[in-house]
Design a protein. Structure first.
Lengths: 113, 113
């Protein structure tokens, strides 16, 4: 059975800190790893990673995938209170399950002013 | 707003009643997914359509659950004889032909009393 594990489960920081969120996965016919941000509503898309070692960046957020070790990290630099949310990673399967996402539990990030 | 809409946004029902939810995906997207999310957990895959064909169903989807996408556009998810354990957020996501990224709708929050 496919499995995605995120750590830590929760994190409390102050504005300006840098955080690293971890995601390990075991997904049959793995195609890609997706990161989402969820703030009391539906998840909003952040990144999709398909290749190892290639960093994707969007403003203060960046993410990288290691397909050999089966993990990904999401970095947020210079955190702001608006970054407070649940961050979800999901493994995307291929084959007959194309597009089926297996999500981790999420990391709850709280950024204090 | 991702362009995926769901209706209703909230539903309160009594145990034993039937409920039906609707999802309208992004218009050019041929793939449609249903997920269920309970408090403190990541979304769990329920079922997947490509056009009007239902290609995969999770073991989570008991006989009381049925989903349709009759014309390959909007989809409905029906739960018969609801139980308190069905209380959750039901999320719909859509994906395009060449895009692996899935975009989520706002969700329908179901409470079974």
């Amino acid at each position: 059975e496919d499995k995605v594990v995120q750590s830590p489960l929760s994190l409390v920081v102050h504005e300006g800190d840098t955080v690293t969120l971890n995601c390990s996965y075991e997904v049959t016919n793995f195609r890609s790893l997706l990161w989402y941000k969820q703030e009391k509503k539906a998840p909003t898309f952040l990144f999709m990673l398909t290749s190892s070692g290639i960093e994707k960046k969007s403003g203060r957020l960046s993410s990288i995938l290691d397909k050999k070790e089966l993990f990904s990290i999401l970095n947020i630099t210079a955190t702001q209170t608006g970054d407070s949310a649940v961050y979800l990673c999901a493994g995307n399967a291929g084959g007959t399950s194309y597009g089926k996402l297996t999500f981790g539990q999420g990391t709850i990030l709280t950024v204090h002013p | 707003d991702t362009g995926v809409s769901q209706d209703p946004r909230h539903k309160i029902t009594k145990r034993g009643q039937n409920v039906t939810f609707r999802c309208d995906p992004i218009s050019e997207h041929n793939r449609l997914y249903w997920y269920r999310q309970t408090l403190g957990q990541g979304p769990e895959f329920l079922t997947y359509f490509q056009n009007e064909a239902q290609l995969e169903k999770s073991r989570l989807l008991s006989d009381r659950f049925s989903a349709e996408r009759p014309k390959g556009s909007f989809s409905t998810l029906e739960i018969q004889r609801t139980e308190q354990g069905d209380s959750a957020m039901y999320l719909c996501a859509s994906g395009g032909r060449t895009q692996e990224t899935q975009y989520f709708g706002p969700g329908t929050r179901l409470l079974v009393l």
